[in-house]
Design a protein around this ligand. Structure first.
Ligand code: HEM
Length: 377
């Protein structure tokens, strides 16, 4: 469908055939990002990954980040990022008038100014982290994404390649690191929030996960990422949670890079395009008993994970597919299996909570709920 967001035309794709046509068949046509005022301000004009224009600089940073993601480490500054991120999410969830009424850019609202302040605080914490990394940097012992960026910057300087140097400035580094924090933290923890709530609301399903974990994992050992394939029911439960409670229901808006078409309709260059992941996950033509929580739908007749249903797309697809999918899925699986191995989750006595999303913003969240984690030992 076509909608107007203030003066801006946007197209919303809500069926898997048109989403596949846009993201996979015509992938480059739909690989752009759109001009959003507050995003532009907090990313220094898209000098990050998620909001960068499709082109060589975006490609370079995606490549460095994908390679380095598997080595991300703990960092003290992460706590600073997360506190500021909480505030950033609260302040941005209703969107900004500045994006609908362009003239307001000249005199931003107080909330807009607050958001810029929060983004600056995250940026400052990242700058301190980069400086600390530079001091201990060793070319042959890369610790994480920050080290990978420092190396890429040094190599560009050594090669005296001005184009490359202009693609890995300090500003790009700060924004790319902040990006992974922003894109990776809330998505993962909101999925975990939904997972714990689901377990509290479905004790029968929780028992099945516990039975699977108990039967597969040696009681003397911890659960490992490598156990994932041996815990398919747990994996199916996570898939069903991500289907029914898509944490990024309408993704990050795309934009068309040329005049193109989708579903037989013309879409002019520069059109904002939303992928309605939530609609894909509730399409009654694609899912049986669409409103029922049914992890078995992801399993084959032998109880193993079957092929991915086409209309399951929480991480999107194509050129802009989520960079963190390969990290988020095993991480969430490890958390869920690890928690349920040790604890039984239930709602706190005297409290009630349902499965309805509470947030009005860009992310689906369950709101605040109270649980009891009772030791199983
Ligand atoms: C449950 C967890 C997650 C979900 C559901 C999720 C979902 C998404 C979605 C829907 C997009 C938009 C894709 C598009 O534009 O079509 C996206 C983009 C992105 N995600 Fe994730 N994400 C998750 C975790 C992560 C993690 C852990 C990281 C990094 C550590 C990450 C990094 C990114 C980045 C950098 C982009 C922008 C990609 C680009 O524009 O090229 N995400 N994610």
């Amino acid at each position: 469908m076509k909608i107007m967001l203030g003066p801006r035309i946007a197209v919303v794709l809500s069926r898997i055939d048109v989403v596949t046509e846009a993201l996979v068949t015509r992938q480059t046509d739909f690989a752009g990002r759109t001009d959003i005022c507050f995003v532009n301000v907090i990313t220094d004009g898209g000098k990050d990954i998620a909001n960068a224009s499709y082109g060589p600089t975006w490609k370079l940073h995606r490549k460095i980040a994908s390679k380095a993601l598997s080595e991300n480490t703990d960092s003290e500054s992460y706590k600073t990022y997360v506190v500021n991120l909480d505030n950033l999410m609260k302040e941005t969830e209703d969107g900004f008038l500045e994006d609908l009424i362009p003239l307001l850019h000249l005199c931003p609202t107080p909330r807009f100014r607050r958001v810029v302040g929060i983004a600056e605080r995250i940026g400052e914490a990242v700058r301190i982290e980069i400086a600390a990394h530079r001091e201990k940097f060793k070319k042959d012992e890369l610790r994480d994404f920050t080290d990978a960026l420092i190396l890429a910057q040094k190599e560009a300087e050594e090669e005296d390649d001005p184009t490359l140097m202009s693609q890995i400035t300090n500003t790009h580094m700060v924004n790319a690191i902040s990006d992974l924090v922003v894109a990776g933290t809330d998505t993962t923890r909101n999925t975990l929030h939904w997972s714990l709530l689901t377990m509290a609301l479905h004790p029968d399903i929780q028992k099945k996960v516990q039975a699977e974990v108990d039967s597969v994992i040696d009681p003397e050992l911890n659960v490992h990422v490598s156990d994932r394939n041996r815990l398919p029911y747990t994996e199916a439960v996570l898939h069903e949670i991500m289907r029914m409670r898509t944490v990024v229901p309408t993704g990050i808006p795309h934009s068309t890079l040329c005049d193109t078409t989708v579903g037989g309709y013309d879409v002019p260059k520069g059109t904002m395009v939303f992928i309605n992941h939530d609609a894909l996950h509730f399409d009654p033509d694609q899912w049986e008993d669409v409103n029922t929580f049914k992890p078995e739908r992801f399993l084959d007749s032998e109880g193993k994970m079957g092929p991915k249903p086409e209309s399951w797309l929480p991480f999107s697809a194509g050129r802009r597919v989520c960079l963190g999918e390969t990290v988020a899925k095993p991480e969430l699986h490890l958390f869920l299996a690890g928690i349920l191995r040790v604890f039984t989750i239930s709602l706190a006595p005297g409290t009630q909570h349902d499965f309805e999303p509470r947030s009005t913003g860009a992310q689906n969240t369950p709101g605040k709920y109270q649980i009891v984690a009772k030791s199983r030992s």
